[in-house]
Design a protein around this ligand. Structure first.
Ligand code: C2E
Ligand code: MG
Ligand code: MG
Ligand code: MG
Length: 280
C-alpha cells in the first residue's frame, strides 16, 4: 500500500472491494434512473419555543433488493467515484422542487438545509448550480441553507474559494456540520464566518453523562456566539439534553426527541398540526 508498507491481501479486503464495486454499479443505475432514491426531512426547532424553524434534507436509498443502504455507507463511495456530483445536483433539485410545493401550499416555515459534500464544493460549481436552480424556480435565498463539514475547508482549490464567495455574496446561510469532529483549524473557521455551527451528536450524546462532553458543548456554544454565529445541536434525543442546551443558550435543536427524518408529506402534516395548536 505504498510508502514501504506491505499489507497482505486477505479475503476480507477482497470482499470489501467487491462490495464497493457492486455498490458503485448499483448506485450508478440508481442515479441514472433516479431509482430508489428519496429524501427525508428532519425538523429543526427553536431551543426555547420549540417552534419548527427549519429542516435538514437527508438522502435515502433503497436498492433493488429492497434493502435500505445507509448514506454513511454509500455517500463516501459516491464521493470517491465522483458520482456525488451528479447525485448532489439531483438532491438540490429535489429539495428546491419540494420547497416550491410547500410554499405554494402556504407552508413557509424557515430554511431547508442541504448537505453538500466536500467533493462537490472543491470540484464542481455547486453554488452556481444552486443559485441558477433557485432563480429558475423563483425561490428566495433565505429559504435554503448549505451544510458542509469543517474538513471541506481544508482543500486548497480555487473552485472551493469560488463556491464560498458565491454563497456569501448571495446571502445563502452556511452551516458547519459535525463541528469538532474534523480537522479544521479555528483560523479557517474565523475566516469563513459561517452563520451556523452544528454541534456534533457525539458531544450531545454525553450531556448528563460526561463532564468533558458537557464542557465541549458549552465552550462550542460560547465560542460560536462570540464569533457572531448561531448554534444548532444535532442528535438531541432526551429532555435532559434539551434543557441543558437551552440553558447554554443554544439556538436550535435537531434530533429524534423532536422528530426523526420524515417524508415531505409527514413533515407538512407536522407543520399543519403545530400551526393548528398555535391558534388554539
Ligand atoms: P449529518 O449531515 O450529520 O446528518 C445527521 C445524521 O444524524 C442523519 O443521519 C440523521 O438521521 C441522524 N440523526 C438525527 N437526529 C438523530 C438522533 O437524535 N439520534 C441519532 N442516533 N441520529 C440522529 P443519516 O440520515 O443516516 O445521514 C448520515 C450522514 O450522511 C449525514 O450526516 C451526512 O453526512 C450524509 N448525508 C445524508 N444525506 C446527504 C445528502 O443529501 N448529501 C450529502 N452530501 N450527504 C448526505
Ligand atoms: Mg448535515
Ligand atoms: Mg451533522
Ligand atoms: Mg454527521
Amino acid at each position: 500500500s505504498g510508502k514501504n508498507t506491505y499489507r497482505y491481501f486477505d479475503e476480507s479486503m477482497d470482499q470489501r472491494m467487491r462490495y464497493r464495486v457492486a455498490l458503485q454499479q448499483e448506485l450508478d443505475v440508481a442515479i441514472r434512473e433516479h431509482r430508489g432514491l428519496s429524501l427525508r426531512y428532519q425538523p429543526q426547532v427553536d431551543a426555547y419555543s420549540h417552534a419548527i424553524i427549519g429542516a435538514e434534507a437527508l438522502l435515502r436509498w433503497q436498492n433493488d433488493h429492497g434493502a435500505w443502504v445507509s448514506p454513511a455507507d454509500f455517500i463516501p463511495i459516491a464521493e470517491e467515484s465522483g458520482q456525488i456530483i451528479e447525485l448532489g445536483r439531483w438532491i438540490i433539485r429535489q429539495v428546491l422542487l419540494q420547497l416550491k410545493d410547500w410554499r405554494k401550499a402556504g407552508l413557509d416555515f424557515g430554511k431547508v438545509a442541504i448537505n453538500v459534500s466536500s467533493v462537490q464544493l472543491s470540484s464542481s460549481f455547486v453554488a452556481d448550480d444552486l443559485l441558477e436552480m433557485m432563480a429558475e424556480l423563483e425561490l428566495p435565498t433565505h429559504c435554503v441553507a448549505v451544510e458542509f463539514t469543517e474538513t471541506a475547508l481544508m482543500v486548497n482549490s480555487s473552485i472551493l474559494a469560488h463556491n464560498l464567495a458565491r454563497l456569501r455574496e448571495s446571502n445563502i446561510t452556511i452551516a458547519i456540520d459535525d463541528f469538532g469532529t474534523g480537522y479544521c483549524s479555528l483560523s479557517y473557521l474565523k475566516e469563513l464566518d459561517a452563520h451556523y455551527l452544528k454541534v456534533d451528536r457525539s458531544f450531545v450524546d454525553g450531556i448528563g453523562i460526561s463532564d468533558s462532553d458537557e464542557c465541549i458543548v458549552s465552550a462550542t456554544i460560547a465560542m460560536a456566539k462570540g464569533l457572531g454565529m448561531k448554534v444548532v445541536a444535532e442528535g438531541v434525543e432526551t429532555q435532559q439534553q434539551t434543557e441543558f442546551l437551552a440553558k447554554q443558550d443554544c439556538d436550535a435543536i435537531q434530533g429524534y426527541f423532536f422528530g426523526k427524518p420524515m417524508t415531505a408529506e409527514e413533515f407538512a402534516e407536522k407543520l399543519s398540526q403545530r400551526a393548528l395548536q398555535a391558534t388554539l
